[in-house]
Design a protein around this ligand. Structure first.
Ligand SMILES: Cc1cc2nc3c(=O)[nH]c(=O)nc-3n(C[C@H](O)[C@H](O)[C@H](O)COP(=O)(O)O)c2cc1C
Length: 209
């Protein structure tokens, strides 16, 4: 499916068919879409956890008010944003950039300083808001890529973030859970699939200036 066709086809799955799995190729395709979407400065200030342990999924379901997508989706991502982004992470990014583009690290000195200055000018709360925003771009890419392959999906932020962070031990890693991306196949019993898509008329959403 083309992008817009896929976005019109997809819907927010409430009930997945837990017996249907995805192939590794399908999962890898969606993961590449998550990785290749851009982020501010290219920093990718987040991690994407893939949760396969059924016991952990069960705990996450409880912390997500019993939403069954957590246990029934074929593949479960939890997008977690960094709450700290120190000079060490900037160094990692500069090193990766120089290695990939075969550039001397010294040529990136000005960029390294720009990034460190930009990051240190934010309070910890501002930093967390900024990193969490980046995660949502990746989530959008996941939704689009899944629909291109006719894989069903659910984006979810209805969960207790503190509980998720505890279960997944995220605080210790300077991370915070932001949003869930569940992919797999819809259950035939999921009534949501029969609803018409509700979107604003184009002339209400867009305004020419
Ligand atoms: C960031 C985000 C968080 C969402 N959180 C939940 C959620 O916790 N539970 C749920 O059932 N649906 C959740 N949804 C689904 C939305 O309600 C749904 O996408 C929206 O109503 C549009 O419907 P559609 O996706 O079927 O086009 C979420 C969607 C997004 C994009």
């Amino acid at each position: 499916m083309k992008v817009v066709e896929g976005l019109k086809w997809r819907y927010a799955v409430k009930k997945f068919d837990s017996t249907r799995k995805l192939t590794q190729d399908q999962i890898n395709y969606v993961k590449e879409a998550i990785n290749f979407i851009p982020s501010s400065y290219g920093l990718q200030p987040y991690k994407v956890l893939e949760i396969s342990d059924p016991a952990i999924r069960e705990q996450l379901k409880e912390a997500a008010y019993g939403q069954t997508q957590l246990t029934d989706a074929a593949h479960l991502f939890v997008f977690a944003n960094f709450t700290e982004f120190g000079p060490d992470k900037v160094d990692d990014f500069i090193n990766l950039t120089s290695n990939i583009n075969d550039m001397p690290k010294e040529s990136s000195e000005a960029y390294r300083n720009t990034l460190n200055n930009m990051i240190s000018s934010m309070t910890q709360q501002q930093l967390s808001v900024w990193t969490a925003k980046q995660v949502y771009i990746a989530l959008g890419s996941m939704l689009a890529a899944a629909s291109e392959l006719e894989i069903d999906s659910a984006a979810m932020e209805g969960f207790d973030k503190d509980r998720f962070d505890q279960i997944l031990k995220l605080k210790e890693k300077g991370l915070a859970s932001a949003v869930i991306g569940a992919i797999g196949y819809r259950s035939a019993e999921d009534a949501n699939q029969f609803l018409k898509k509700v979107r604003k008329p184009m002339d209400q959403l867009f305004e020419k200036v």
